[in-house]
Design a protein around this ligand. Structure first.
Ligand code: 9WO
Length: 231
């Protein structure tokens, strides 16, 4: 997988791309992530990327020319999917993550200020994605969310034990409760069944917990392999 990110704050991505799972994936050439400074594609002395909105109303809007030049330069001869992170986008979920992971190359556009000139969308954006219904100060953190979720779908990035555990979410169910040592925390014990050594009983308990939790907390999640669930 290859991802190019365009932002006016490339330094935000440094530690994120060096740390843990993603750092290892990049060093192992499983994913390639290049971060580009939008200001590189400005031509004035102050490297300006924003201007006042036509029609007034205050705030600043990102100007189209640097974006158009940057996206075209980063794409070169390639035809990557060009994604703008914004609250106006389609909501990201597990299904979309997996389908994007199969897309191949992506270019992520991270906006700032009060918005981006609409012609950027018309000229160099294929799709807008939101990670949730809230406004951030820019698209960078949303891009990191997308990169992290996508990287986990690349074969070899996540270990086997974890990838098996992930199946529960793929089936549309939440994780069961987890416990580790010590046996007791401030009077709270570990459920007896987990200490029993009865692996079938443990599996049944975990499934029941997952089901109850999903029904209580996220009734909107479907469980396609559960014949008692709604269509
Ligand atoms: C800022 C603002 C301030 C006053 C009134 C309205 C306003 N809208 C915005 C705004 O949407 N700014 C955006 C900041 C411009 C594009 C990049 N920014 C952004 C992306 N904020 N939040 C996201 C985002 C991206 C993905 N998923 C959730 C939020």
């Amino acid at each position: 997988m290859r991802v190019d990110v365009i932002t006016i704050f490339p330094e935000l991505f440094g530690p994120f791309l060096e740390t843990s799972l993603i750092g290892r994936a990049i060093r192992g050439d499983l994913v390639r992530i290049d971060v580009h400074d939008l200001r590189h594609w400005t031509s004035d002395r102050h490297r300006t990327v924003d201007d006042e909105p036509y029609g007034g109303g205050g705030g600043m809007v990102m100007t189209a020319p640097p974006w158009v030049s940057a996206v075209r330069a980063v794409c070169g001869e390639r035809r990557p999917r060009r994604i703008l992170l914004s609250p106006q986008g389609r909501r990201l979920d597990d299904r979309r993550v997996r389908s994007l992971a199969g897309e191949g190359d992506l270019v992520l556009l991270c906006g700032r200020y009060e918005g981006i000139d609409e012609r950027v969308r018309e000229l160099v954006v294929d799709e807008e994605i939101s990670i949730g219904d809230y406004v951030l100060s820019g698209g960078e953190v949303a891009a990191m969310v997308l990169i992290e979720a996508l990287s986990r779908q690349v074969p070899g990035v996540v270990g086997l034990a974890d990838s098996v555990r992930r199946e529960s979410f793929r089936n549309g169910e939440l994780d069961f409760p987890q416990y580790t040592r010590p046996r007791e925390v401030e009077g709270l014990p570990v459920p007896e069944v987990l200490l029993s050594g009865d692996h079938e009983a443990i599996e049944r308990w975990r499934r029941a917990q997952s089901r109850t939790r999903t029904a209580e907390r996220r009734p909107d999640l479907q469980a396609p392999d559960d014949p008692t669930s709604k269509p």
